[in-house]
Design a binder for this molecule. Structure first.
Ligand SMILES: *[C@@H]1O[C@H](CO)[C@@H](O)[C@H](O)[C@H]1NC(C)=O
Ligand SMILES: *[C@@H]1O[C@H](CO)[C@@H](O)[C@H](O)[C@H]1NC(C)=O
Ligand SMILES: *[C@@H]1O[C@H](CO)[C@@H](O)[C@H](O)[C@H]1NC(C)=O
Ligand SMILES: *[C@@H]1O[C@H](CO)[C@@H](O)[C@H](O)[C@H]1NC(C)=O
Ligand SMILES: *[C@@H]1O[C@H](CO)[C@@H](O)[C@H](O)[C@H]1NC(C)=O
Length: 209
């Protein structure tokens, strides 16, 4: 009995082995399938990351000055006089904010400043607003700028007034939120330089970061 059982078992198993050997898929087919599964998995992961990136992570926004108009410019034109040198003007600026996100961006009323040679010479108020998704917003901002040298006017001010060219820097940080599926805090930085020509009251050149 035991011998029969053994041989029977052995025979059967040999048959199965033979059958396996005949129908066994080639090794290259298996690796091909594995590669396809891995690629499909990677594609799924990529898709998931793209979806997360699109709906949950806010991209940075950009801000720039699109135009600046100079109004009521006054300045001390007499560099040889003993009275201190100064310049005074109102800048009417247009700021453009671009939002590349699917969600809208909302920022509260914020302050910005105008600098001349490192000193704050003017302040501006940017009203809180909403920038539409994939949209851009243009907003008007006005700032009074003024600088007065003390009794001994600094050399750079004398030079700038003599060549009638003042370079001003504009800076603002708009901290707000991009409204996506998740809340996203973002800051838009406005950082621009402008060249004010005292001879014709015009900003001829503007550079924005
Ligand atoms: C600035 O100029 C405008 C006209 O361009 C005038 O109406 C306004 O009163 C002036 N402002 C100052 C502070 O001089
Ligand atoms: C500057 O002052 C000179 C006289 O010193 C005058 O002739 C000239 O018109 C003034 N320029 C401006 C822009 O005020
Ligand atoms: C410039 O200032 C000097 C010294 O104060 C004065 O003598 C001269 O008349 C002034 N020139 C003008 C154009 O105001
Ligand atoms: C600058 O402008 C302000 C407001 O227009 C005025 O009060 C001030 O006297 C001006 N300063 C100079 C130095 O002209
Ligand atoms: C400033 O304006 C005057 C008069 O329009 C012009 O002659 C001069 O070239 C200008 N300067 C610069 C640096 O643009």
């Amino acid at each position: 009995m035991s011998v029969y059982a053994e041989t029977a078992y052995g025979r059967r198993s040999k048959d199965v082995d033979e059958a396996r050997r005949i129908y066994q898929p080639k090794q290259s087919d298996i690796t091909g399938k594995i590669i396809i599964f891995i690629l499909a998995g990677l594609c799924m992961l990529l898709f998931i990351f793209i979806v997360i990136g699109f709906f949950f992570i806010a991209k940075p926004l950009t801000a720039s000055l699109t135009s600046v108009e100079v109004r009521n410019l006054t300045y001390n034109n007499n560099t040889s006089s003993s009275s201190s040198l100064y310049f005074n003007a109102t800048l009417a600026m247009e700021i453009r904010i671009e939002n590349p996100n699917l969600g809208f961006f909302e920022f509260p009323t914020s302050r910005g400043e105008i600098l001349y040679n490192g000193d704050v010479v003017g302040e501006m108020r940017i009203n809180g607003q909403r920038v539409a998704s994939f949209g851009d917003l243009r907003t008007e901002v006005s700032a009074e700028v003024g600088y007065r040298g003390n009794q001994k006017s600094p050399v750079w001010l004398k030079n700038d007034i003599e060549r009638r060219l003042i370079i001003l820097e504009t800076r603002a940080k708009l901290r707000g939120e991009v409204h996506l599926k998740d809340l996203n805090k973002r800051t838009v930085n406005l950082k621009c330089l402008m060249q004010l020509n005292l001879s014709d009251d015009v900003i001829h050149r503007l550079w924005c970061k």
